[in-house]
Design a protein around this ligand. Structure first.
Ligand code: SAM
Length: 303
């Protein structure tokens, strides 16, 4: 109920006349898209203007009532077609990413704790860009492929790969960060992703061929050059020799990678028999996601 005791009735699939919205002087009819109900996400379409927006109403079941001030609460939300929908709630952000492109239209739910100082409980730009890159297809041909996400964090990239039809997706994190990953995956039971702890070390793991991966994702994990060796050794062990590709994404805004550090990354790859090629992201990610600061590299075993 709202502060004034009034409540707006939300009934999935029905047209609702929103007469109590503080932000609209005239009443307008909103249609609520039913498929999104299970994640508390609604596509509202204004019948007069044809504008639509995604709104988030927490803990609302079909036919229940919601606080009449919700229109105010969503005013700060950005469009889902851009960088996800944000709702400030109890000092934490809940973000929704709506897949499009090859991944059709599947809402993915993320929890982000902006009060956590290490930034380990949030989605990073490199991960968001990678999610869109996967979502747009980009020749990845996911169906049937085995995908490994290293340092998966919130798990968005893993989930988008799973929605895109990958045969198996394994999202990994260091043991201390597993809870954040598994909690986010648990909010998205409609997406099949397996979560496992994986701490990178400089001992290259001996992984049997059938357990290796066709595609390895590594987003915003190149912020610390002292981790390069462990990252690359572990990646090499898990990457399929024949045809395996690793995509590494880095955002210079979240952590500038000096030319010397980038050279160090390249030479470590070359020294290990791994090819290292930049991916030009122009036209490969949607404009709202495209940032000049974001870089991507394609790594593979030398043949
Ligand atoms: C900046 S976050 C990026 C998270 C996610 N990939 C994204 O783009 O939003 C870096 C992640 O790498 C993980 N990480 C750092 N060092 C690691 C290690 N030695 N072994 C495994 N994971 C590690 C962290 O736990 C963290 O979740």
């Amino acid at each position: 109920m709202g502060n004034d005791g009034t409540a707006a009735q939300i009934v999935a699939g029905d047209a609702q006349r929103r007469t109590d919205s503080p932000s609209s002087s005239t009443s307008s009819t909103w249609t609520i898209k039913k498929e999104l109900l299970d994640v508390g996400l609604y596509l509202l379409c204004d019948a007069d203007t044809k504008d639509s927006e995604y709104v988030f109403v927490e803990r609302v079941a079909e036919g229940s009532t919601v606080d009449s001030t919700y229109a105010n609460r969503i005013s700060g939300c950005r469009s889902l077609s851009h960088q996800g929908l944000y709702c400030y709630h109890l000092r934490a952000w809940r973000r929704y990413y709506l897949t499009s492109g090859v991944c059709s239209s599947v809402p993915l739910r993320l929890y982000e704790d902006v009060t956590e100082s290490g930034g380990q409980n949030s989605l990073w730009s490199a991960g968001l860009v990678m999610a869109n890159y996967i979502d747009k297809g980009n020749g990845l041909a996911l169906p049937g492929k085995r995908v490994l996400d290293m340092g998966a964090g919130a798990g968005l990239t893993s989930m988008v790969a799973a929605v895109g039809g990958a045969g198996a997706v394994v999202a990994t994190e260091q043991p201390t960060c597993m809870a954040y990953l598994t909690n986010n995956l648990a909010m998205n039971k409609h997406v099949p992703v397996d979560a496992r702890p994986l701490y990178w070390t400089t001992d290259e793991p001996a992984v049997p061929e059938q357990e290796q991966f066709d595609l390895v994702l590594a987003c915003d994990v190149t912020y610390d050059p002292s981790l390069f060796d462990a990252l690359l050794c572990t990646m090499k062990g898990y990457l399929k020799r024949a045809g395996g590709v690793a995509l590494v994404c880095h955002d210079n805004d979240s952590c500038p990678l000096s030319p010397a550090a980038e050279k160090g990354l390249t030479s470590r790859c070359v020294g290990r028999g791994i090819s290292f090629d930049p991916v030009d992201l122009t036209d490969k990610v949607d404009p709202p996601f495209y940032e000049k600061s974001v870089r991507m590299w394609r790594l593979a075993h030398d043949v």
